[in-house]
Design a protein around this ligand. Structure first.
Ligand code: FES
Length: 82
């Protein structure tokens, strides 16, 4: 069995308002285009308590700070094995 990559996007009000709303769409599109939906568990999370460093994205145990809908593509390419 292959372990899924877990992606948690912060949907707390600060991160959501500052760009994660758009980043959700970018991730959805990326996973679809790269046929990764079965390999990834993508879901939203509550505030991680790091709002000042946000928008926050968590992949497995790693936190990414200041994520936007552009730089998230490089992060996904690096983190998810196709
Ligand atoms: S709202 Fe995202 S870390 Fe607080």
């Amino acid at each position: 069995m292959i372990d899924k990559t877990e992606i948690t996007i912060c949907l707390g009000s600060s991160c959501f308002a500052r760009g994660n709303k758009k980043t959700v769409q970018a991730i959805e599109t990326y996973l679809k285009e790269h046929n990764l939906k079965d390999k990834v568990f993508f879901h939203g999370g509550h505030c991680f308590g790091m709002c000042n460093k946000g928008p926050i994205l968590k992949i497995n145990d790693k936190f990414y700070e200041a994520v936007d809908h552009i730089n998230v593509i490089d992060i996904l390419a690096k983190e998810i094995e196709e």
